[in-house]
Design a protein around this ligand. Structure first.
Ligand code: ZN
Ligand code: FE
Length: 249
């Protein structure tokens, strides 16, 4: 592995991430939920921040851009929508590559939670930062996009190599598991949910997950199997998403 990932909880349920390209020492953070927490993590690691990589414009992802840039001089990279609330130096789109030393991060458009949401994928190390699009046993709410867009976005992420480590932006897994168990009795999901509840009871993170694990147990990726009478896979996804939105577990 040539990309080092440091993960730390911040705000109420976000994860902050620092990534460091081992060969060059070049360092980035994924999103800026809390500038102070990111600065503390940089100090603890002894790293200097070069890049800020945003996934989408929400305040718990880009709200710390200005403060962190002021403190570190880092260059801010992200989708154009970030400019709604925060400074942004370089706009990236689907298919673009962000270089961090020797590490190449592919930009994957995955709109739906917000229209311009993107993910960053390091193919060499099989690591993906997916923001609020794909969660462990869940997916982001559709604040801006339609179900068909989100379904297509989730399919793109699900098509990544199954061993890919998936770093999502929130620790929502236990509540996602409660919903998943209400719509799916798949044995692998039941087993995984028990592990998730136990890990959270011990105060341990359930992130990262993997693409393979999500394909096998995430009810949103399994939507066509769970709503077989739906007119299309996207319609099946829409039904599961609507059920989650009204779920009171
Ligand atoms: Zn968000
Ligand atoms: Fe968020």
């Amino acid at each position: 592995m040539s990309l080092i990932v440091r993960q730390f909880p911040c705000l109420s349920d976000n994860y902050g991430y620092l990534i460091c390209d081992e060969q060059s020492g070049r360092t980035a953070c994924i999103d800026t939920p809390d500038a102070g927490a990111i600065m503390a993590a940089l100090d603890a690691a002894g790293w200097k921040l070069d890049l800020i990589l945003n996934t989408h414009w929400h305040a718990d992802h880009a709200g710390g851009n200005a403060e962190l840039q002021k403190a570190t001089g880092a260059t801010i990279v992200g989708p154009a929508e970030v400019r709604r609330i925060a400074p942004l130096d370089r706009v990236v789109e689907d298919g673009d590559v962000v270089e961090l030393g020797e590490t190449r991060l592919q930009v994957i458009a995955c709109g739906g939670h917000t229209l311009g949401h993107i993910a960053y994928f390091d193919a060499a190390d099989r690591i993906a930062f997916v923001g609020d699009t794909l969660f462990a046993l869940g997916c982001g709410r559709l604040f801006e996009g339609k179900p068909a867009q989100m379904w297509a976005s989730l399919q793109r992420l699900a098509a990544l190599p199954e061993e890919t480590a998936v770093y999502c932006a929130h620790e929502y897994t236990a509540s996602n598991a409660r919903f998943a168990l209400s719509v799916d009795s798949e044995p692998a999901l039941v087993r995984r949910s028990e592990e998730v509840f136990a890990a959270r009871a011990r105060g341990e993170p359930t992130v990262p997950t993997t693409i393979g694990l999500e394909r096998a147990t995430n009810p949103f990726l399994r939507a066509p199997l769970l709503a077989p009478d739906a007119s299309s896979p996207a319609e099946a996804f829409a039904r599961i998403r609507a059920a989650k939105d009204s779920f009171r577990g």
